[in-house]
Design a protein around this ligand. Structure first.
Ligand code: G3I
Length: 454
């Protein structure tokens, strides 16, 4: 579905499904009174972010608004598959890195968008199917999440995998045709690559209890039951002139599953209700303790993919719109939440580290398996003395073949394989650890690495 059709579908759904919300705005004064979106959200333990593009980074009006108002950024396009892996196995992180670097230099957090999506795939991936596509997709997740490891607050691991309409089922796509487990395989690979990032499923037309949001709800419940590592659900919230009366209740039912919820791509058609719809979304998020942040999908009206809808909070000249005032008021009146806690996914305990021995090193492997392949993360731990280099030897199960490895030199790809440190991770202080990993076809059960200092 093209953008226009999809937006139209979203707006129709919002209009049909909507129950008129009460737009009464309380006039009571608040205990705190932040003066910027990011500042006010931070006072409530949350973030308020914007989607950005480096193409606008030399526009001073744009940068002034961005730097003054937001405490979180997401790449509108520049971390997507077509940008980050334009040719298979050749990665380009230049613009993604610029966004991360700008955010971090100003104390902003970063959302990662999006590791896997049926849209904006590079041409080479569009031409793949079956095992070749599955392996390429998981490798993409692993490489990108590894590159940005430690720098991303939340990743949209999988974007828009559910169908519109009443089925509540998956959208057909080349990724879906690799097998229904492609989503959980992606989440497991992302967790292995960046254990501290929150891992989100993200979708649109989910702004209330409806067939699509319920399909996603059932998947999240299943993932939580089976220990698939999922931490959050993103509600894009590309909205028209009204909002579903059960918008908040829908957020809350996901939160009750034990995941965070985030408003990830908020924009609202300008019209009589724009300020009220923005206010309702903000108020709803702040009323749900696990709603950890809001992102608007662009900075000013003229930066928006929605063109003449004037769907954002600032005019092209950088002036604050009435919707801005409404959002700020709601942020200042809302409930605080405790600071976020680290991920505690029952499915993926960090690899246990053996007690350090007398010098030398030890190694442990954690394996994330999917049908036909796996990613292994290997942790190397120095004993009671520092080491200046290491060699890890492991034997792969019969039929398993390594297709790529990172943060180590490798000899062999089947049977007994050796890995040695690369320049930057050979020295490990006493009792400390470093990690490397690899992706392979086949089954990874029972891998037992051994380590020696070199
Ligand atoms: O940069 C090129 C430019 O060089 C070229 O001249 C021009 C010609 O078409 O295209 C430009 O790239 C466009 C890019 O936006 C940057 O403006 C792409 O064609 C266009 O497809 C792309 O659209 C993006 C869209 O995702 C792609 O599906 C939008 O900016 C972006 O806002 C939108 O974001 C999505 C989220 O990722 C997922 N949820 C829905 C949301 C809105 O569609």
């Amino acid at each position: 579905m093209n953008r226009a059709k999809r937006l139209r579908a979203g707006l129709i759904l919002a209009a049909v499904g909507a129950v008129a919300a009460s737009f009464t705005i309380a006039l009571t004064s608040s205990a705190t009174a932040g003066t910027t979106l990011g500042g006010s959200a931070a006072e409530k333990g949350r973030y308020f972010g914007a989607a950005v593009g480096t193409g606008k980074f030399n526009d001073s009006t744009y940068m002034t608004v961005l730097n003054n108002e937001f405490n979180s950024l997401v790449a509108e396009n520049e971390m997507k598959w077509d940008h980050t892996e334009p040719q298979q196995g050749r990665f380009n992180f230049t613009n993604g890195d610029r966004i991360v670097s700008h955010a971090r230099s100003r104390g902003m957090t970063v959302r990662g968008h999006a590791l896997l999506w049926h849209n904006q795939q590079p041409g080479w991936a569009q031409g793949l199917s079956g095992t070749a596509l599955r392996n390429a997709a998981i490798n993409h997740v692993t490489q990108v999440a590894t590159h940005f490891r430690g720098q991303i607050h939340s990743w949209d691991v999988v974007n828009e995998a559910f169908a519109d309409g009443g089925s509540g089922g998956r959208r057909d796509s080349n990724l879906q045709r690799t097998g229904n487990d492609w989503i959980e395989a992606a989440f497991r690979a992302a967790r292995a690559a960046d254990p501290n990032a929150k891992l989100c499923y993200n979708d649109y037309n989910t702004d209330g209890v409806n067939a699509k949001s319920t399909g996603i709800y059932n998947m999240v419940r299943d993932f939580k039951t089976r220990g698939v590592p999922i931490d959050c659900v993103g509600f894009q919230s590309h909205l028209g002139t009204s909002i579903a009366g059960d918008y908040q209740a829908n957020l809350q039912r996901f939160a009750n599953l034990g995941v965070d919820v985030q408003i990830t791509e908020l924009d609202v058609m300008q019209g009589g209700n724009q300020a009220n719809v923005f206010a309702t979304v903000t108020r709803s998020c702040l009323a749900v303790s696990r709603c950890t942040g809001i992102t608007v999908w662009g900075v000013r009206d003229c930066d928006s993919w929605r063109g003449s809808d004037n769907a954002l909070l600032f005019t092209c000249a950088g002036a604050k719109k009435p919707a801005y005032d409404a959002v700020l008021r709601e942020l200042n009146q809302g409930n605080p939440i405790p600071p976020s806690t680290p991920n505690t996914s029952p499915s993926t305990p960090p690899p246990s580290t053996p007690p350090p021995g007398p010098g030398g090193c030890t190694a442990t492997a954690s394996v994330n398996q999917w049908t036909g392949g796996f990613v292994a993360n290997v942790r190397v731990t120095a004993g009671s003395s520092a080491i200046n280099g290491w060699r890890v030897t492991l034997t792969l199960p019969s039929g398993a073949t390594i297709t790529s490895a990172w943060s180590a030199n490798r000899s062999g790809n089947t049977g007994t394989v050796q890995f040695t440190n690369v320049d930057y991770n050979g020295r490990v202080a006493a009792g400390q650890s470093t990690e490397f990993g690899f992706q392979a076809n086949g089954t990874g059960s029972g891998i037992t690495p051994s380590c020696s200092a070199t």
